[in-house]
Write a protein that binds this ligand. Structure first.
Ligand SMILES: Nc1nc2c(c(=O)[nH]1)N[C@H]1C(S)=C(S)[C@@H](COP(=O)(O)OP(=O)(O)OC[C@H]3O[C@@H](n4cnc5c(=O)[nH]c(N)nc54)[C@H](O)[C@@H]3O)O[C@H]1N2
Ligand SMILES: Nc1nc2c(c(=O)[nH]1)N[C@H]1C(S)=C(S)[C@@H](COP(=O)(O)OP(=O)(O)OC[C@H]3O[C@@H](n4cnc5c(=O)[nH]c(N)nc54)[C@H](O)[C@@H]3O)O[C@H]1N2
Ligand code: SF4
Ligand SMILES: [Mo]
Length: 736
């Protein structure tokens, strides 16, 4: 038996672990106490890695779908031949733009995939790369475009007097406090942190807040505008920072003038005193940060909420100043010229390529919101071949349409570890390596920092781990990048590796050897090209390390810099006016038939749509969490079967008492459920929240994502039969 240091990749946190391996068997996982920063934190998802690895349903051979819908094994050699041939035909007849790819979170497990897809699409001449960048929190980067970026970065947590956390729950999700969040919060609390949490649920994180604003879902722009208003009213503006570095402050002040505490509190369902108390914490904090989770994004108008959060930071001067410690130092990515100055605003959306539904390129990428429509299009813009690295059956809105779109494709290729609900629709399912069979390095989270501040390290941390096991004997697997390389080889294309960053732009393309296939390690070298600390040096540290030479401080403003952060982007100011004048009840779409708001939240034992070992979720299914007052009103008791109905569909679940909810609001985790054929059983399979959503429900003007939280629903008691048994009975009957 050997104990090998490794890194869990079941979420973006990257917790260091020790994996005990006995030959080809993965026996146990424990925390790695010799690794810096995490203090031995792991969650149940890491501890279940052995079960996950030895999943009896794991794919060890790729699959091909037959015309009758059955999947049969295919060798990787034949698979690459067949995909090449079909792809060449599609490109010949319809042009390269008919080929698209979607990068989901499986990127975490196989971090060099992104570079290879970009390279492949560039080589065939298709711009059609979609990603979670436009599904998750696209408003974050769009707002950064409209506002401009502070080149010195955010304030280092060491300096925080306050943190404003909006619709995120790091204690569960780890987003924004990725290394051992509960411990980090305890330390910050000991240092006197003023934590303000805005969330309709008293979350595991909100419990630790000085002020928790338990708002009505979807009212984040109202509450944030109310806080901005109070910062102006209570003399909270850092005048010297604002005068030197921003423009539009007077227009912003006017735009929020109608968001008085009385108006905001009544509309958002909070108390004016709590709002004042929250504002006081922000105003009294010299240094601080804001952090948005998916709540305000999924509940729509995430761009406006993100923009207002940036305005709060600028009004308070919460950006890293000259001489301060860099909050996200670079180690395995190229150096950044951190300076105490703005990078000017630039268009956030509506430029470049035109897509379906009137959508265009955004800073966050090509809107995935256009993809289903384009798969179903009868025009020249039709997407015919599609490569997916995400569990889109569960993660995209309006499941019915996703299924229809996937079925309309001429070629659908999915990489997966199991025949998942999404993979079931694929013409080819590429059996791929497990995370334990793949090397990992910390460059990915560092590069994500460009578009999302919630994943990188605040210390100059670097880590690399080699695979801990080899694939089982006889397995025929392909790393996600390999299919692109091998198809490119057969099409006689030359690939070049490109790194992209928000601050550094596109790197010089590095040609890839098209004769001798590179290894994943070779590609990792390319992904870490020009890094502050060479990958080889990071590799020498078995448990990862803090690289003092990469610690950095913010430099002085360049005297020639005349850039300013924009506090009054015209679209944002107009959007604020629209929010102030709308009828909030009409917007919420709550009425007698659909009286409750369904929000999404995450839970510790599962990550998004990823396959889960049995029993890791206590109930097996994803329950409907409901406040006891709502349960009493509906005459429900714990565990009762319920039907949850939205205006587009209904799903089945089981109610679970949760008095952390705001009454009138119910919650579910997404990423459960599967197609409701005759064997679907809600008690075993759970329910797919995105069946309840619709692309037409309040789509965002900038990136097209619809309402995916704060969904108007009705809940009623139901009887869920045991469909497996019933179905078996029907099958027997029909055979007879
Ligand atoms: N209603 C609602 N919808 C949401 C959200 C929400 O809060 N509410 N959240 C949204 C957000 S923030 C996101 S980021 C997306 C996430 O959406 P996705 O990115 O689609 O979800 P993942 O679960 O990360 O998808 C990874 C999938 O890739 C497959 N896979 C491929 N290769 C591998 C591999 O090597 N290892 C493993 N383990 N799996 C592999 C697995 O089947 C897995 O399901 O969902 C979005 N959708
Ligand atoms: N265990 C686990 N960890 C994960 C994931 C996972 O699935 N499981 N997913 C990963 C991914 S892809 C992401 S993007 C991150 C997300 O990280 P977080 O954003 O922290 O994710 P959630 O825990 O869903 O937190 C969203 C919060 O928003 C609240 N909320 C819902 N509607 C509203 C609203 O209208 N306004 C406000 N203010 N709040 C609202 C919910 O109550 C919930 O507490 O987590 C990552 N980490
Ligand atoms: S929080 Fe859990 S799932 Fe995420 S990396 Fe750490 S151990 Fe793995
Ligand atoms: Mo996400």
């Amino acid at each position: 038996m050997t104990r090998k240091p490794f890194i869990c990749r079941n979420c973006g946190s990257g917790c260091p672990i020790i994996v005990t391996v006995d030959g080809s068997r993965v026996v146990a996982v424990e925390p790695d106490f010799n690794a810096p920063l995490y203090r031995g934190y792991t969650c149940p998802k890491a501890r279940m890695l052995p079960q996950e690895y030895h999943d009896p349903d794991r794919l060890l051979h790729s699959l091909k779908r037959l015309p009758d819908g059955r999947h049969v094994p295919i060798s990787s050699e034949d698979l690459v031949d067949e995909i090449t041939e079909r792809l060449a035909r599609i490109i010949d007849s319809h042009g390269p733009q008919a080929v698209a790819a979607f990068l989901g979170n499986s990127l975490l497990q196989q971090p060099v995939t992104g570079g290879m897809i970009m390279s492949f699409l560039t080589a065939i001449g298709s711009p059609m790369l979609f990603s979670n960048g436009t599904l998750d929190q696209p408003g974050l980067s769009i707002a950064l475009g409209l506002n401009g970026i502070w080149q010195g970065g955010r304030v280092h947590p060491r300096e925080w007097d306050a943190l404003l956390l909006v619709g995120g729950n790091p204690v569960v999700s780890k987003q924004h406090l990725p290394q051992n969040p509960a411990w980090q919060l305890k330390e910050l609390d000991r240092g006197g942190l003023g934590l303000v949490v805005i969330d309709p649920r008293k979350t595991e994180t909100a419990r630790r807040a000085k002020v928790h604003l338990q708002l009505i879902p979807g009212e984040d722009p109202t509450v944030l505008a109310g806080l901005v208003h109070l910062i102006f009213e209570r003399n909270g503006v850092d005048d010297s920072f604002v005068a030197a570095n921003t423009q539009g402050v007077d227009r912003l002040r006017d735009a929020v003038s109608g968001f008085t505490p009385g108006y905001v509190a009544a509309r958002a369902g909070i108390s004016p005193e709590d709002l004042e108390a929250a504002a006081r914490i922000l105003i009294e904090a010299d240094r601080g940060d804001t952090a948005l989770g998916v709540g305000p994004s999924m509940a729509t108008r995430g761009t406006l909420s993100s923009y207002l959060a940036l305005c709060i930071q600028s009004l308070r001067g919460w950006w890293a100043r000259e001489g301060e410690l860099v909050s996200r130092p670079r180690v395995l990515t190229p150096p950044v010229d951190w300076r105490a100055q703005p990078i000017p605003p630039r268009p956030g959306w509506g430029f470049g390529l035109k897509l379906a539904r009137g959508l265009q390129q955004t800073i966050a990428g090509l809107p995935a919101a256009a993809a289903p429509e384009m798969m179903l299009s009868n025009g020249d813009d039709r997407i015919r071949a599609f490569f997916s690295h995400g569990g889109i059956y569960h993660s995209w809105p309006e499941t019915r349409k996703t299924v229809e779109a996937l079925k309309a494709l001429d070629l659908f290729v999915m990489h997966d570890v199991r025949l998942t609900a999404t993979a079931q629709f694929a013409d080819y399912v590429i059996a791929t390596y497990s995370q334990l069979e793949t090397q990992v390095s910390s460059h990915l989270q560092e590069s994500i920092d460009d578009i999302h501040p919630g994943y990188a390290w605040n210390e100059p941390y670097g880590a690399y781990r080699a695979p801990v096991v080899s694939p089982p004997e006889g397995a025929d697997l392909m790393a996600a990048w390999q299919v692109y390389y091998r198809v490119a080889q057969r099409l006689d294309l030359s690939l070049a590796h490109i790194n992209f960053s928000f601050t550094g732009g596109m790197s010089e393309p590095i040609p890839i050897d098209m004769k001798d296939e590179p290894t994943t390690d070779d590609l990792l070298e390319l992904a870490c090209a020009n890094a502050v600390v060479p990958l080889s040096k990071v590799k020498a540290h078995a448990h990862g390390a803090i690289f003092e030479e990469a610690r950095d401080h913010v430099k002085a403003r360049d005297p020639a810099c005349a850039a300013r952060l924009q506090l009054a982007d015209p679209a944002m100011i107009e959007h604020l006016a629209q929010v102030r004048s709308e009828d909030p009840r009409a917007r919420r779409k709550i009425d007698r038939d659909f009286p409750l708001q369904l929000i999404c939240r995450r839970m510790i034992p599962t990550t998004c749509t990823s396959p889960r070992p049995d029993r890791i979720v206590k109930t097996g299914y994803n329950p409907l969490w409901m406040h006891s007052t709502d349960m009493e009103r509906l005459d429900l008791t714990d565990g009762d079967p319920v039907e949850i109905k939205s205006r587009v569909a209904s799903i089945s679940s089981f109610v679970e008492r949760d008095d952390t909810m705001r009454p009138g609001v119910v919650a579910m985790a997404f990423g459960f459920g599967r197609p409701q054929d005759g064997t679907y059983d809600p008690r075993r399979d759970g329910a797919n929240v995105n069946e309840l959503t619709s692309w037409d429900d309040d789509p965002d003007a900038y990136h097209g994502m619809p309402r995916m939280s704060a969904i108007p629903v009705a809940v009623c008691a139901a009887v869920h039969h045991a469909p497996v048994l019933i179905r078996a009975g029907i099958d027997r009957l029909s055979r007879n």
